[in-house]
Design a binder for this molecule. Structure first.
Ligand code: KMT
Ligand code: NI
Length: 182
């Protein structure tokens, strides 16, 4: 895992876009983002660790997603563009990377990071918890391959509320999030 301020230079979303300003775990924590590493080992101890973490936070369901040009065929480019559309969810989301790598970008909220994108580079064994109401987006990196476990508390509620399409600032999940982190 590595986190840094996104450079905001137009260009392929899959490039690093590293502005050269690193972001600490502490700053991520202030945004309500939790990061953890659970190495994927041969004797599958990681599965037990995921089970414990999921149980602690009241997660009951999970699935697995693989994003590759081979797997998605013609819809690949459309799919990765849709993941990259800034959005929020009404539930917390957990992602655990089983293979490949990619970037989650989250919006900074205060001070020098206000409205800046913070890019979090994730690879195999990395786990991230994004709080409900945080603006974010996702992309594969130049490797064009990621397999992730998506954990959800109850029903799979994947609904992304696109910031550009509606007044997402008015959603209860957004105001609760702002109250929690500010
Ligand atoms: C999200 O919330 O944008 C995603 O779940 C993207 C795919 S998970 C690697
Ligand atoms: Ni999302």
């Amino acid at each position: 895992m590595r986190a840094y301020v996104y450079d905001d230079i137009p260009g392929d979303q899959r490039l690093p876009h590293d502005s050269g300003n690193p972001i600490s775990l502490n700053t991520l924590g202030e945004l309500g983002v939790i990061y953890k590493t659970i190495p994927i080992d041969e004797d599958k101890q990681w599965e037990k660790e995921i089970d414990v973490f999921a149980k602690e936070r009241g997660y009951k369901n999970r699935d697995q997603i693989t994003v590759t040009p081979e797997g998605l065929g013609e819809s690949y480019e459309t799919k990765i563009k849709s993941f990259f559309d800034e959005h929020l969810h009404e539930d917390e989301e957990i992602r655990y990377i089983l293979g490949g790598s990619g970037y989650f970008d989250v919006r900074g909220l205060t001070g020098q990071y206000n409205e800046r994108w913070i890019r979090i580079s994730l690879e195999k064994g990395d786990l991230i918890v994004l709080p409900a109401g945080i603006y974010h987006r996702f992309t594969v990196d130049e490797g064009n391959t990621i397999t992730a476990m998506r954990l959800f508390q109850d029903e799979p509620k994947w609904t992304p509320y696109s910031r550009s399409a509606a007044d997402t600032d008015a959603r209860p999940a957004r105001s609760q999030y702002i109250d929690e982190v500010k």
